[in-house]
Design a protein around this ligand. Structure first.
Ligand SMILES: [Zn+2]
Length: 416
């Protein structure tokens, strides 16, 4: 949580160094209730967000992230707390109270807002609410959630969510269903003419009419395989949405993933990757974006584990990708905003895990990983949480040395 965050720069470091989002300080949102009406044709969203908050200091005023495409029309609080004014500027909804809200108050903030949601520009392309040729999708990572609801848009600020979304007749609005805490970037709404298919006891797909699930049929077997390796699947079920439009890359959401119809054949690797994010990234969230390798390294390693399960030795995958890690100088533990989604985060991250596995041995490594997943379920993690979970199964100094060499020094260590 922000209040406990240790920072090298004491006061001025009040923004996320990767996304530039200024922290919304003084409170924690514990629940978002999103009640939304969406008109596909005019791309019009009319919504009320009711946030449950607790404040860890007196609050004369507060901010939330809300993109300028969406206009707040009314802001009200409960429990005798009076909102004296609100305004929007710089991607923030700025709310002032008539009297400061005393520390440790739990209260509701109800925000009615409307607009034509759209993406926001970022160094990583367009983020947020995006119109499709027939419907809409949401692609938030890392800070696009504010394009469609007022939120505290940093990854460590998990909250529970409830959704009521109404779209035009014939359209389905698919949202996260999980009761578990979730980071704002993993919240999603997908609108389209979708039909739900059951792929297995825990796996479902929302497909455009007349679309065959193809490789998605393997998801149930993958889910069972990963559950053996990493521990039980962390959510109630796993659903994927397949858009009629072609998508460049699939995206993960909590309990869900979104694919384009172009991903349905010959992309088992991507299907495994997105599913693995349910453990790594979604249940186990990261505190800060510089640790993104904890999400992507594990998801990429899961691709290779699935490939190993289906016939490609893991050392072949490791060797092939090790040789492609160029330029080799790369600070995995803090790659910088520009390189946050660099392929080396994925591949070097996965090979770091392989180096740990080779050092500890298969049995100890996977036991440690299962401990790491169980202990930190639905919370947030940093690299030392992984190191701590592995240490009972290997020599501590060796584990620290491997993590230090792969994460904190740009030079590429020997291939494990
Ligand atoms: Zn990923």
């Amino acid at each position: 949580m922000k209040s406990h965050r240790l920072r090298s720069t004491p006061i001025p470091g009040i923004r996320d160094e990767y996304t530039g989002v200024e922290f919304n300080l003084g409170f924690h949102v514990t629940h978002y209730d999103l009640d939304m009406d969406y008109k596909v044709g005019p791309n019009r969203l009319d919504a009320t967000a009711t946030l449950t908050l607790t404040n860890w200091r007196d609050l004369p005023h507060m901010t939330l992230d809300l993109h300028e495409n969406m206009s707040a029309r009314r802001v009200e609080a409960t429990g005798g707390i009076r909102v004296s004014k609100f305004r929007q500027s710089g991607g923030k909804l700025r709310i002032s109270f008539a009297q400061p809200v005393p520390v440790d108050t739990e209260f509701l903030l109800s925000i009615r807002y409307t607009g034509n949601p759209g993406t926001k520009r970022s160094p990583w392309g367009s983020l947020g609410w995006e119109e499709l040729s027939n419907g809409a999708l949401v692609a938030n990572q890392p800070h696009g959630a504010s394009t469609w609801f007022p939120c505290d848009d940093t990854p460590d600020e998990k909250a529970t969510y409830s959704f009521r979304v109404r779209a035009d007749q014939n359209y389905t609005a698919v949202t996260n269903f999980t009761a578990r805490p979730m980071a704002s970037y993993l919240a999603t709404v997908q609108v389209g003419e979708y039909k739900r298919h059951r792929l297995g006891p825990d796996t479902f797909a929302w497909l455009p009419h007349g679309t065959h699930p193809h490789d998605l049929h393997k998801q149930q077997e993958m889910l069972e395989f990963f559950s053996e390796l990493f521990g039980p699947y962390p959510f109630e079920r796993y659903e994927v949405v397949v858009t009629e439009d072609i998508l460049e890359i699939p995206l993960e959401a909590q309990g869900m993933a979104i694919f384009g119809r172009n991903h349905l054949r010959g992309n088992e690797r991507l299907i495994a990757h997105e599913l693995a994010h349910q453990w790594f990234g979604n249940s186990l969230g990261i505190a800060q974006w510089n640790d993104i390798w904890l999400n992507e390294g594990f998801a990429c390693y899961a691709e290779w584990l699935w490939a190993e399960h289906t016939g490609t030795p893991i050392d072949d995958s490791v060797r092939a990708h090790y040789d492609s890690l160029t330029p080799q100088n790369f600070l995995l533990g803090n790659p910088g905003a520009r390189h946050m989604f660099d392929d080396r985060v994925y591949k070097r991250g996965a090979i770091t895990l392989h180096a740990l596995r080779r050092h500890i041995g298969d049995q100890g490594f996977f036991r440690g990983v299962r401990d790491y997943v169980a202990k930190n379920a639905h919370g947030i993690v940093e690299p030392f949480d992984l190191a701590n979970a592995l240490k009972p199964y290997g020599d501590e100094a060796g584990i620290d040395a491997i993590m230090d060499a792969w994460l904190n020094h740009p030079e590429l260590p020997e291939c494990p």
